[in-house]
Ligand binder design. Structure first.
Ligand SMILES: Nc1ncnc2c1ncn2[C@@H]1O[C@H](COP(=O)(O)OP(=O)(O)OP(=O)(O)O)[C@@H](O)[C@H]1O
Ligand SMILES: [Mg+2]
Length: 483
């Protein structure tokens, strides 16, 4: 079973395994040759250039405006070689100049090199006036072109790094993610590396560790950042609706489908699709998702037309997909398609260097938002923060600080204000694991009884997802209140 899709994902994995880079959890990252788009209506010239340049670059080709823009949108090359005279008006530079304008509108940092025929210096100079980087004359001198391309790619890279450095100057935050410790720095490195590729990324981590923020950071750092970021929480949508939500439907596809509707995948075109809680997708939908990932085409529910969609797919889960694969609830072929690169977010309790930094930063933010000033943590609060196991991770920390800022009448926030066990009594004669389980049990029981056994409400209060709550209840043998 699954033999053909698995073969292609295996070859993908092999390609990646051949590279030397490593992501935060030690998994290899794809090393791709820089992408170069060649736009020319002369087959011979394109073939010649491709032949000369394919060793250093992934060469993408187009012969007219429509295909050039489609390829640009799909592959986002940093450099484009552009012939100005293209059909339907090969005698004028109009088509070429129109392509130049549209490419720069999509990404201003693209380096466009004009390839101009003899006696076309005028149009080439005009193109430079409109934002092209440089031009070369026909017949193209290959060595000269190679040097020029090298300079273009180098410059594009420098500009990107400069931009990143500028962003880095704004505090310890990386796209809003805080973390100075080694573990989070490794995560930021991985985000930087994968952001510039179109490879699917699987983001793993316990509830509240920042998976969605990581997905947004990848989008924000990619060439798709001006396109939409469409998130869909697969566990929040009833099984019967998930297919039409993802793929859309045609009018009359099922009872209640009064009009045609585009799905989230189509809405993410030109941007990024974030499939949150991917482990919760029913098997039938997994098959369709796999097809979409392989073909980059979808069919709406009840439709027959193949619709191409150019989107980058990110997925996240706090479930154990490997276990799902052995029990048959998650398709292996889909896993390998999605997990080309994996980023593992560490649990908050494992980020010793960052816990207090995060707590302080939330304290600052919430006091400012609440119009309060000068609030601080007592030493006891800081100890309690360090010792607490944080089952709900960053979200739990954020919620506790927020609640304490709102509720406390004193400017000094204690462990009690944070509703954390005082550090003095936290570890008397019991192991950390026992302490953690006791506290988790107590908090879950409390939340369940407060919300009359309603799982969704209790999970929201605890700052964890429903599946995580179910998992923890099973692990700690907790039954729903009132049952
Ligand atoms: N490193 C961080 N720095 C600052 N804020 C963070 C960080 N990580 C997470 N947060 C904040 O914590 C909250 C939870 O983050 P997020 O929603 O990204 O987590 P998640 O892993 O997707 O959670 P869940 O599994 O429950 O969906 C958000 O409010 C986010 O802003
Ligand atoms: Mg999330």
């Amino acid at each position: 079973m699954n033999s053909s899709p698995k073969t292609s994902s295996e070859s993908l994995m092999e390609k990646i395994a051949a590279s030397k880079d490593e992501s935060s959890d030690g998994a290899p990252l794809p090393q791709l040759k820089p992408k170069l788009l060649i736009v020319d209506d002369d087959d011979e010239i394109r073939t010649q250039m491709r032949w000369a340049l394919a060793g250093e670059y992934t060469v993408i080709q187009a012969s007219d405006r429509a295909s050039a823009l489609q390829q640009f949108r799909l592959t986002r090359p940093a450099v484009v070689l552009l012939d100005l005279g293209l059909p339907p008006h090969p005698g004028t530079p109009d088509e070429g100049l129109a392509i130049l304008a549209e490419i720069l509108a999509m990404d201003r940092s693209t380096k466009v090199v004009i390839v101009s025929g003899q006696g076309e210096k005028g149009p080439a100079l005009r193109a430079i006036g409109e934002g092209a980087y440089d031009f070369v004359g026909k017949p193209v001198e290959m060595d000269e072109l190679k040097l020029l391309l090298k300079r273009c790619f180098h410059l594009a890279q420098l500009e990107r790094e400069y931009h990143e450095m500028q962003m880095g100057l704004h505090g310890d935050s990386f796209e809003g993610l805080l973390g100075t410790g080694q573990r989070m720095q490794r995560v930021f490195d991985s985000i930087r590396k994968v952001a510039t590729t179109d490879a699917p990324v699987l983001i793993l981590g316990e509830s509240g560790t920042g998976k969605e923020m990581t997905a947004r950071a990848i989008h924000q750092r990619s060439s798709r950042k001006n396109g939409p970021f469409v998130a869909i929480n697969c566990s929040a949508i009833p099984e019967s609706l998930i297919e039409s939500e993802l793929f859309g439907h045609e009018k009359g596809a099922f009872t209640g489908a009064h009009a045609q509707r585009k799905g989230r995948i189509e809405h993410s075109s030109g941007g990024t699709l974030f499939l949150d809680e991917i482990g919760e997708v029913p098997l039938a939908t997994q098959v369709k998702l796999l097809r979409f990932l392989q073909e980059q085409c979808i069919e709406r529910v009840g439709g027959r037309q193949e619709i191409p969609v150019d989107t980058r797919v990110l997925a996240a889960t706090n479930a154990d997909l490997k276990k799902g694969m052995t029990t048959g609830s998650f398709r292996e072929d889909l896993f390998y398609r999605l997990a080309v690169v994996q980023i593992m977010l560490p649990a908050l309790r494992d980020r010793e260097d960052d816990i207090l930094l995060l707590a302080q930063s939330f304290l600052q933010r919430f006091t400012a938002e609440g119009g309060k000033t000068g609030m601080v943590f007592t030493p006891d609060a800081m100890r309690a923060i360090r010792l607490h196991p944080w089952p709900g991770n960053v979200r739990e920390l954020q919620n506790r600080v927020k609640r304490a800022v709102i509720m406390s009448e004193s400017k000094r926030l204690s462990g009690q204000d944070l509703e954390l066990e005082s550090s003095a009594s936290a570890n008397h004669g019991i192991s950390l694991k026992e302490a953690r389980e006791r506290l988790e049990t107590e908090m879950i029981r409390h939340a369940l009884s407060k919300h009359a056994g309603k799982i969704t409400a209790a999970a929201a209060e605890l700052g964890i997802s429903r599946p995580t709550l179910y998992e923890m209840m099973e692990k700690l043998s907790i039954e729903k209140a009132g049952e």
